[in-house]
Design a protein around this ligand. Structure first.
Ligand SMILES: NC(=O)c1ccc[n+]([C@@H]2O[C@H](COP(=O)([O-])OP(=O)(O)OC[C@H]3O[C@@H](n4cnc5c(N)ncnc54)[C@H](OP(=O)(O)O)[C@@H]3O)[C@@H](O)[C@H]2O)c1
Length: 305
């Protein structure tokens, strides 16, 4: 790695937005540490980096664990002496009604999407503070601004990231550290494949089609959830929306643009929100313009047809 060159760290780089953001940062000349919890998934990223001669290194880091974050970040600082940009991207989605979810699933969602962001930020901040410089990018979601049906837990995590980021920006601004919130709408990534959705319970398959759920072997009960009407309608919309959704490269490009905007010193704004995708732009705007009741009715009509 080259000394005195700007350094970026990205979490959850094995696929989707993290994968593309890692490449975009490296292509802009950052020494990029692309972290992921399973290094067996690093081959594609390393292949592109090799072909394009990028300064990109894959490192193991699971944001759920203190020891993993400490080991990875200490290693990066030992090697490079600095971290200029941190992109907190690692995350996943739990869908379904609250009653249908187990507390363990709910805690796991907060562990990664909220405590993961806090854990890595806390570990990286001292080096940014001492150098009086740094940019923290938190990949939130339109679900961090708008309570979307079927995602009470996921929305809870992203609203938490929003509040955390807004408040943190006051703490860190005296030290020259900027906070950026990126709020994508639906983006075509592995996210939908990895969604924890019991298909049988909501009667919708991954193509967004309604199915007849099987009957429980032991007692003959239908497995359908009491909430299948609302969740099924939303899933049907969501799976179809995902197939027409933008490529994650779009999020990466917007993220780089925002980083450049706050890096050049002309942007005095202490916090920057970046909405990505037509859906995110539309709903974030309407959320400001409509009353809460009007917004709720409009969203119900849009998403639960
Ligand atoms: N796709 C969308 O529609 C959308 C919209 C708005 C916001 N987002 C947000 O964008 C971020 C990236 O998601 P994506 O759409 O790019 O989905 P993705 O392709 O599934 O990527 C998620 C990444 O997070 C990683 N990850 C999950 N848990 C982790 C952990 N404990 N430690 C380290 N890495 C972990 C995954 O690693 P593995 O490969 O090991 O699972 C993967 O690299 C998430 O925060 C998500 O909430 C997505």
């Amino acid at each position: 790695m080259v000394k005195n060159q700007k350094v970026a760290v990205v979490t959850g780089s094995s696929s989707g937005i993290g994968f593309e953001t890692s490449l975009a940062l490296a292509r802009k000349g950052y020494v990029t540490y692309s972290t992921m919890r399973n290094l067996q998934k690093s081959r594609d990223l390393e292949g592109i980096a090799r072909d394009e001669n990028l300064l990109l290194k894959t490192i193991e880091m699971d944001v759920d664990y203190d020891h993993s974050v400490k080991h990875a970040i200490d290693g990066i600082i030992d090697e490079s002496g600095r971290i200029d940009v941190l992109v907190n991207n690692a995350g996943f989605g739990v869908f379904g009604s609250l009653e249908d979810l187990e507390m363990e699933e709910i805690k796991k969602q907060f562990e990664t999407n909220v405590f993961g962001v806090i854990r890595v930020t806390k570990k990286v901040l001292p080096t940014m503070r001492l150098r009086q410089n740094g940019i923290i990018v938190n990949i939130s979601s339109i679900a961090g601004l708008v309570g979307v049906p079927s995602q009470s837990i996921y929305c809870g995590t992203k609203f938490a990231v929003e509040g955390f980021s807004e408040s943190l920006s006051f703490e860190v601004e005296p030290f020259g550290i900027k906070v950026i919130l990126v709020e994508p709408g639906v983006i075509n990534t592995e996210f939908v494949q990895d969604l924890i959705v019991p298909t049988d319970r909501y009667g919708v398959d991954r193509n967004g089609e309604y199915i007849n759920p099987p009957v429980h072997k032991d007692n003959g009960d239908n497995l359908l959830s009491s909430y299948s009407n609302t969740i099924g309608k939303f899933l049907s919309f969501y799976y179809k929306a995902m197939s027409n959704a933008p490529h994650p490269e779009v999020v990466a490009n917007e993220t780089i643009h925002a980083i450049e905007k706050v890096s050049n010193g002309n942007n005095a704004k202490p916090i920057l929100r970046v909405t990505v995708g037509n859906d995110s732009i539309k709903y974030s705007k309407l959320k400001k313009e409509l009353t809460d009741s009007e917004f709720h009715v409009m969203l119900r009509e849009d998403l639960l047809k």
